[in-house]
Design a protein around this ligand. Structure first.
Ligand code: NA7
Length: 544
């Protein structure tokens, strides 16, 4: 049971564990620690559960992972009872699913909504984490688990005059709960990442005019979504436990696994046939299920990039416009691949235009619209699809302080330092689900979240069983893990390209240098390392 320490007007609720965030990881961590008998409480900034699926409610938001591979796998009955309507479900359905999970396991009784954590301080003498919410409420716990999500700190560009715009303005990651009407309006979308690409396809359906402001094109590929009929539902119900097990054993938690062959092991005709088949198949196969060297070798990658470029040329009527939509500064798959359904054809519509802001940069936002180096455009609405302060942002927005008042943000100034991406160096009893340098950050996320959550649960159970109350990783282990993570990305083409994977964000001061934030060793190796750590009695940690 939670207890109320301090008898002042501002009492401090005490728990065994506090979790920050009620998204996919926070919800399951709550359940798993509760099942150990701990008093657990979740503080969530939103008014409901769902995390990324709660906030990203912009029209067009949907899975790029196969729906059925994305749900929780830890409970067979839950797996069997939920039916996804489409192979790649839209956001409202995912949010319904997560609400269903919250109801099914009675999670809400241990979640405080509208509760944004402002600060978390480790109190050395009491061996407690003391947290403070934005509204001044306080709480304390032995264990602090961050479940804030890797893509949950939206970032706005910094254009002069943004506040002066007289129309509607939205960031996709903070989309309103009320319906937003595009019909009959002149709409601008800034940003062409995975989010912008999804939104653009929806806006184009009804806006009087859609103007896309593109700084850099991305390589997009067809999602090839479809509804799931009754026969398919039955097959999925039978096979899902095996499918989940297969995903858990795959490199990134998906049903897609790289083809062991090189692009150059086959004839040009065979290669083209494989590319065609993957382009026509559902999901990330063309990215993650392609010849193994397409993400490792520039020449192999160039073959695939050429193939996709020709597809774009075949889908966009205006040849000059098609060239603007084809990336020239990076190869296919070296940044996150946005998935689409008719994205390129949108640019054939008379109500859609593209403004290449690498050629004519945005100068300022005006009360009437957007002024580029060339002219002013008038709008009723501006949508910012400009991305997130990825992986680090939501952690850095909390003032996390370890022993001696040392700030997490400062300790990571030259890049994250963690052990297994689950515990930052020098922050006892603090765990980062889907944190930096954690395999879950490059993954079909729930597959890796389950691994993260269960590992933390087992560690806490071990500590309980052995009368231990404090844990932190050894410096040598942190050093070795950080090096292992950074070495691991070197061989991948990701490492040669600016992206949020590589920690680059032109909108954030000091984030222009590449510093890999994810883990590229794959889920099986990551799981093995975590399992070995547990089996060794957590030898790379100092436990007391
Ligand atoms: P991304 O992938 O970071 O994309 C952001 C987009 O916004 C990208 O096209 C950027 O262009 C563009 N951008 C960012 N800042 C500006 C400014 N100041 N001016 C013009 N354009 C700008 O974010 P998403 O939300 O699309 O996707 C994030 C992840 O969420 C995605 O990978 C999925 O995993 C889900 P740039 O490329 O920097 O030239």
């Amino acid at each position: 049971m939670a207890s109320q320490a301090a008898s002042s007007a501002n009492p401090v609720a005490e728990y065994d564990a506090i979790i920050i965030g009620a998204g996919i990881s926070g919800m399951y961590q709550l359940l798993s620690l509760r099942r150990l008998g701990l008093s657990v409480h979740v503080f969530e900034a939103g008014t409901g559960v769902g995390g990324v699926w709660y906030w990203n409610r912009y029209p067009g938001a949907r899975f790029d992972s196969e729906s059925w591979s994305y749900g929780y796998g830890f409970d067979k009955d839950l797996l069997a009872e939920w039916e996804w309507s489409e192979n790649f479900a839209a956001q409202p359905e995912t949010l319904r699913y997560l609400n269903h999970v919250a109801d099914r396991f009675d999670l809400r009784r241990d979640i405080s909504f509208k509760s944004r954590v402002k600060a978390a301080r480790y109190d050395e003498s009491a061996n407690l984490w003391r947290i403070e919410l934005e509204d001044g409420r306080r709480a304390a716990a032995r264990f602090l688990v961050s479940a804030v999500g890797p893509l949950s700190a939206p970032v706005m560009p910094k254009y002069e005059g943004m506040a002066s715009f007289a129309g509607e303005a939205y960031h996709t990651g903070l989309w309103p709960h009320e319906p937003v009407e595009f019909s009959g309006k002149r709409v601008a979308v800034i940003g062409t990442g995975a989010t912008g690409v999804q939104l653009i396809q929806e806006v184009a359906k009804s806006a009087a005019q859609l103007t896309v402001f593109q700084r850099s094109p991305n390589w997009c590929a067809p999602l090839n979504n479809s509804p799931i009929d009754a026969a398919e539902q039955q097959r999925l119900k039978r096979e899902l436990p095996d499918i989940i097990a297969r995903c858990n054993a795959s490199f990134a938690g998906f049903i897609h696994e790289a083809d062991r062959r090189s692009v150059f092991d086959v004839t040009p005709a065979e290669r083209a046939a494989v590319f065609e088949q993957l382009y026509a198949a559902p999901g990330f196969g063309i990215w993650l299920g392609n010849f193994r060297d397409t993400l490792l070798d520039e020449k192999a990658n160039a073959e695939l990039s050429r193939f996709v470029a020709d597809k774009i040329r075949g889908r966009v009527n205006d040849p000059a416009l098609a060239e603007k939509l084809i990336p020239t500064n990076h190869g296919f798959g070296t940044r996150r691949v946005p998935m689409e359904t008719g994205y390129y054809e949108v640019y054939n519509q008379p109500n859609v235009q593209l403004v290449d802001i690498s050629a004519t940069p945005i100068a300022r936002i005006t009360p009437r619209g957007i002024e580029t180096a060339e002219r002013e455009f008038e709008f009723d609405m501006i949508c910012y699809a400009t991305g997130f302060d990825a992986v680090l942002g939501s952690l850095n927005r909390i003032d996390v302080r370890g022993p001696g008042g040392r700030a997490l943000k400062d300790s990571w100034a030259a890049g994250p330092r963690t052990y297994l991406g689950l515990q930052p160096e020098g922050f006892p009893n603090f765990f980062t689900l889907v944190g930096p340098h954690n395999a879950a950050s490059f993954c079909n996320i729930p597959r890796c979240i389950e691994q993260n959550v269960e590992w933390v649960r087992d560690l806490v159970a071990y500590m309980q069983a052995n009368g231990l109350t404090r844990i932190e990783p050894r410096s040598e282990a942190v050093e070795a893990w950080t090096q292992h993570v950074l070495d691991g990305v070197e061989k991948l083409l990701f490492s040669k390209v600016n992206s949020w994977f590589m920690g680059v964000n032109p909108n954030i001061p000091g984030r222009q240098q590449r510093h890999f934030l994810l883990y590229a060793g794959g889920l099986p190796l990551y799981r093995k390392r975590c399992d070995e750590e547990a089996a060794s009695g957590y030898g790379n940690f100092v436990l007391s």
